[in-house]
Design a protein around this ligand. Structure first.
Ligand code: HEC
Ligand code: HEC
Ligand code: HEC
Length: 381
């Protein structure tokens, strides 16, 4: 016969077993629920990324590249950027854009086309790149005296003279003794800060730090006694000289012609010298006409030197007499007749991609190609 106490214990055991079963069942349910929620979240995110991709394709590809590799705008598919940028920061930057740069504001709040939901979709897309994003090294800047010389000619020479030779209102900069005495840091500081009260402008607010480094490297080249010629394109200088004359600015026209003469050679240089003489003799309209004609004919070469260059560089494919071979006939050539000298120059520099006609920009200078062009003209009726 069972005692009351035993009976009570049985109840407790049954109760315990039932509770255990319930806890187990709840646990399994809970676990399944977690999996279900995670799957739903993943599905939701996949849809976000897909929507983000189609917005990206329409709005962002042009500047940030099809794979986010960058272009006008920086690379976004970039491990460092993705690792160091919170979603909330992407969200804010995309909404408001970066004022003063080409990055537009995208939010409807700022007159853009995207809602906050759209922006979240795009951020999800950017984030989805993170696991496979490549490490993009920022481009290393190397100061270049050639770029510095172009900048100097356009910005500093008005006061300091061509190549820093000194001007009426500003000191000579290419004086070897002074260059030896003063280090790069000093020049960097003077250029950046200027001496505004004494007529030397503050360039740090006008030029980029990179441009100032280019100028410092130009000055460093002068210190070593190296002459750095700015690589002017004669066609640009002709354009500027014509503009100056049309605006009755003979002095600037003379300066541009002077600069063009520092790079032009052969018959081109002769033609420039004769318009220089016209300008000096106050024959402004004659000079203007001559310069315009020169611009239309540029580059002007020497056919005799062109004949030698043709034999060495072109005859193997186009034939000694221009009769054609691997390359098309050039004697005569409807193509050559239909092109201006400037167009032929670009053609010969770049070649015709996908054919045996490779560009010559790395083998022949502009002046040499001008000679070849002058020679090709002799074969045309
Ligand atoms: C017209 C060109 C242009 C378009 C279109 C454009 N961007 Fe940009 N974006 C830029 C530029 C330029 C910058 C760099 C701004 C700066 O100098 O800080 C930039 C910066 C960014 C940055 C900050 C990157 C960083 O490293 O801090 C993000 C994020 C970005 N863009 C996302 C987008 C998205 C998303 C879209 C499309 C909805 C888009 N951009 C469309 C030009 C563009
Ligand atoms: C508007 C005329 C003007 C322009 C443009 C100008 N400078 Fe100057 N610069 C001066 C004058 C004037 C001084 C002398 C100031 C003084 O008396 O201390 C000077 C001084 C300097 C000096 C110090 C020279 C020395 O030996 O003490 C440097 C270096 C210099 N300029 C570099 C530049 C560069 C580089 C540029 C172009 C980005 C430039 N300057 C453009 C007028 C000009
Ligand atoms: C390796 C062979 C090769 C050399 C070297 C070469 N060319 Fe060509 N060139 C070609 C071929 C092939 C074509 C035709 C390309 C095509 O299929 O459209 C061509 C086309 C041209 C044309 C355009 C003709 C037309 O009717 O479309 C010109 C002009 C020309 N070459 C000039 C030159 C000159 C000038 C040189 C030397 C400075 C030169 N080429 C050197 C192979 C060559």
């Amino acid at each position: 016969m069972q005692t009351a106490a035993e009976n009570y214990r049985n109840h407790i055991l049954v109760g315990l077993a039932l509770s255990l079963a319930l806890i187990l069942a709840l646990g399994v349910y809970g676990f399944n629920e977690q999996v279900r929620l995670a799957q739903a979240a993943e599905e939701f995110n996949r849809e976000r990324v897909a929507r983000g991709q189609s917005i990206y394709n329409q709005q962002c590809v042009a500047c940030h590249g099809a794979q986010g590799e960058g272009g006008v705008g920086p690379a976004l598919n970039n491990r460092n950027v993705l690792k160091n940028t919170l979603d909330s920061v992407f969200f804010a930057v995309i909404r408001s854009g970066v004022p003063g740069t080409q990055m537009p504001a995208w939010s409807v709040d700022f007159g853009g086309p995207l809602t906050d939901e759209d922006v979240r979709d795009v951020v999800a897309l950017l984030r989805s790149w993170e696991p496979t994003a490549p490490e993009v090294k920022p481009a290393v800047f190397t100061p270049d005296p050639g770029r510095g010389a172009m900048l100097f000619a356009g910005t500093c020479a008005v006061c300091h003279g061509e190549n820093g030779a000194g001007g009426e209102n500003a000191p000579r900069l290419n004086d070897p003794l002074r260059l030896q005495a003063l280090p790069d840091d000093w020049y960097r500081a003077v250029i950046r800060n200027g001496r505004p009260a004494k007529g030397m402008p503050t360039w740090g607010t006008v030029l980029s730090p990179e441009q100032i480094e280019d100028l410092v490297s130009l000055i460093a080249a002068w210190r070593k006694g190296v002459e750095v010629k700015p690589s002017f394109a004669v066609s640009d200088l002709l354009e500027r000289a014509i503009f100056s004359l049309q605006n009755n600015d003979q002095q600037s026209a003379a300066l541009h012609i002077e600069r063009a003469l520092s790079v032009a050679t052969g018959p081109g240089a002769q033609a420039l010298r004769s318009s220089q003489a016209q300008l000096a003799a106050q024959e402004t309209s004659a000079a203007l006409n001559a310069l315009q004609e020169l611009r239309d004919q540029w580059p002007i070469g020497d056919p005799a030197s062109g004949a030698l260059l043709y034999t060495a560089n072109c005859s193997a494919c186009h034939g000694i007499q221009g009769e054609g071979g691997i390359g098309l006939a050039l004697n005569p050539s409807a193509f050559v007749q239909g092109q201006t000298n400037a167009q032929l120059l670009t053609f010969l520099q770049q070649g015709r991609p996908g054919t045996a006609m490779a560009g010559f920009s790395d083998r022949l200078s502009e002046a040499q190609l001008a000679d070849v062009i002058a020679f090709l003209r002799l074969w045309q009726p």
